[in-house]
Design a protein around this ligand. Structure first.
Ligand code: ZN
Length: 115
């Protein structure tokens, strides 16, 4: 599979109505809220998956929400978070924090449920 085929595969998977291969949640960068309703997202994309998968993805998005709320509050209102993310270093740092939180929740679940 070449790069274009891989990209097409990922795009098709992300835009399908089936279970998404990655977190099907997104935080609105101006309003700092989930773009889609959580109940609808859960029903459509998480189905019978263990509850912890949804919880971990939501915790990931809540890290973005916290960054968004803080920057919009301290740096001049809506748009501050979007401006912050235009610097790819900031974008990467916010994603690392969000994935660290997701990993923490999944590891805690594993430690509790898979001995
Ligand atoms: Zn993220």
């Amino acid at each position: 599979m070449d790069g274009k085929a891989f990209n097409d595969f990922v795009n098709a998977a992300l835009n399908s109505d089936g279970f998404a291969p990655s977190a099907p949640m997104e935080t609105n960068q101006d309003a700092c809220i989930q773009k889609d309703g959580l109940d609808e997202t859960k029903e459509k994309h998480y189905g019978c998956l263990p509850e912890v998968i949804f919880d971990a993805d939501l915790a990931h998005e809540n890290v973005h929400k916290a960054t968004c709320d803080e920057l919009n509050r301290t740096r001049g209102g809506q748009g501050a978070y979007a401006d912050y993310l235009r610097d790819r270093r900031n974008y990467a740092a916010d994603e690392i924090n969000a994935y660290d939180k997701k990993i923490e929740i999944l590891e805690n679940w594993l430690a509790k449920n898979c001995r």
